[in-house]
Design a protein around this ligand. Structure first.
Ligand code: ADP
Ligand code: GLC
Length: 477
């Protein structure tokens, strides 16, 4: 199949979260299955182009969106031929991937138009147009309204993948001319339009041939008012086309036996490296290592979604009463950063917080921690709990979305399960689950079995890419 994909993030070029990991791994996996995959993604100013082998596909492509004109250059990464980088410094050299600038919609409409116009130049006839998140969600409608004259797209079916329903790309209807929909504005959601609003994600939900999200549980949750973020009525309407496909893990990058970022490699048969990584991690973060003291790890965007406020409530009593340590890595919301910083001040020998973004440290925490805390309020899929399973770092999670689908509660009676799962999203629930984890950690006849149960799980992309392949074939039928 010819697969055209549009994504605002892609590893190794850009990343704020899991979307980048997913698109960066799914695309080459599909290519290895024999498909011609072309992913369009911005060339942000953070990308170190000196390290890349880029070839020019189109030196000058003019894109007009309403009264706005952009000249973009389309480049292809010779070493990663699925990646097409859209170079347009006036839009993508902003010092950060996402902005709150008034032209945010134009930054991503340009990306989508670049994908479709470049396909025309290349004579690339996609069987599938795969749109990720709100940034690409206007493209199924754009294809229908502005490109249906071109037989190149005659057989193109569209798929919207929702990685996070709470980011919808909501704009004022003043941007209407920028959509280039002239004769087709009746295709926009009219009630929203009358209220002066245009919601990008909604139009993906309305017009894509298929809608997927990143876990089966989240696929059900988003059709309820509780998790639907106002989109649930539209998703329920299209219920038969909404599917949940669990994300995979790129085990080339995230496996303790080959991880290049960690000082000591280890695997299922020889776990001795894990304790060495723990000692190294604690010392590098300025914390003492004492044998037998469990270490909890956190790696997260600091955002309300992640439920980290519960840690702020549940941890102080645990840290005060028990011998336990915490290393947290995260950036984002200043209030949450403040919360971790005060924990560190209150418990200086037990807690270390690194406020920032660090890929190497993320790997060292996965390898060095004993327990991984992920108390997300909602979680479309979540990758870190799956990374944790592979590293023998036992996850403690809230039963929601992809966390519910990937972590099974430990049952000491028959020694099954891979982690600790709490149902009620409050500090008591998290305190209970962490308490269970800490007690189990002391039981030397149980803990290694629990670790190994997780390490044996296989969430590789090869399996998941085949599920996407099947979905692509079914689209529109
Ligand atoms: P989300 O996409 O909602 O942030 P995921 O669990 O799907 O959640 O993916 C998060 C990804 O981002 C993981 O690869 C994680 O290691 C990484 N990550 C998040 N915050 C940081 C950080 N501060 N430093 C390094 N990596 C981070
Ligand atoms: C989103 C979600 C996360 C998911 C990731 C990749 O950022 O918050 O749960 O794993 O996308 O699909």
């Amino acid at each position: 199949m010819n697969i055209l994909a549009i994504s605002s993030e892609m590893v190794p070029y850009s990343k704020t979260g899991g979307l980048a990991d997913v698109v960066g791994a799914l695309s080459p996996t599909l290519a290895n299955l024999g498909h011609d995959v072309r992913v369009f993604t911005p060339l942000y100013d953070q990308v170190d182009t000196s390290q890349l082998n880029l070839e020019v596909v189109l030196p000058d492509l003019d894109i007009a969106l309403g009264d706005h004109h952009y000249r973009v250059r389309v480049l292809r990464d010779v070493d990663n031929p699925t990646a097409f980088l859209v170079h347009c410094p006036v839009l993508y050299a902003r010092g950060s991937i996402y902005t709150h600038h008034p032209d945010e919609h134009l930054r991503y409409l340009t990306l989508g138009w670049a994908a479709l116009l470049t396909s025309q130049h290349m004579g690339f006839s996609p069987d599938v147009l795969h749109c990720h998140d709100w940034q690409a969600a206007m493209m199924p409608l754009t294809l229908k309204a502005c490109f249906s004259w071109d037989r190149l797209f005659e057989n193109t079916r569209t798929l919207l993948t929702i990685h996070n329903l709470n980011y919808q790309g909501g704009f004022s209807s003043r941007i209407l001319p920028d959509l280039n929909l002239q004769g087709s504005t009746h295709l926009l959601h009219q009630d929203y339009l009358h209220q002066g609003r245009i919601n990008f994600l909604l139009h993906g939900v309305l017009y894509a041939d298929g809608i997927s999200t990143v876990s089966p549980t989240y696929a059900r949750e988003i059709q309820t008012p509780e998790y639907g973020a106002g989109m649930d009525p539209f998703l329920r309407e299209r219920s038969s086309t909404v599917v949940g496909i669990l994300n995979g893990v790129d085990y080339e990058s995230w496996s303790p036996e080959k991880d290049e970022f960690i000082p000591y490699r280890y695997d299922l048969d020889d776990l001795s490296g894990k304790e060495k990584n723990k000692k190294h991690l604690l010392h590098s973060m300025g914390l003492p290592y004492v044998e037998g003291v469990p270490l909890i790890g956190v790696i997260s965007r600091l955002a309300g979604q992640k439920g980290l406020d519960l840690l702020g409530e549940a941890l102080p009593p645990l840290l005060a009463q028990r011998n336990v340590q915490l290393i947290a890595l995260g950036s984002g919301d200043p209030g949450l950063a403040q919360m971790f910083a005060s924990l560190q001040r209150a418990f200086p020998r037990q807690v270390c917080f690194f406020n920032g973004y660090s890929e190497p440290l993320a790997h060292r925490i996965e390898a060095g921690a004993d327990i991984f805390a992920m108390p997300s309020r909602y979680e479309p899929c979540g990758l870190n709990q799956m990374y944790s399973l592979r590293y023998g770092t036992v996850p403690v999670v809230h039963r929601t979305g992809g966390l519910a689908d990937t972590v099974q509660m430990w049952n000491p009676a028959n020694k099954t399960g891979t982690g600790f799962v709490f149902d009620h999203h409050d500090a008591t629930g998290l305190h209970w689950a962490l308490g269970r984890a800490l007690e189990t950690y002391r039981r030397r006849d149980e803990w290694p079995i629990l670790m190994k149960n997780g390490m044996k799980k296989d969430y590789s992309w090869t399996n998941q890419a085949r599920v996407y392949e099947e979905l692509y074939r079914r689209l529109g039928s």
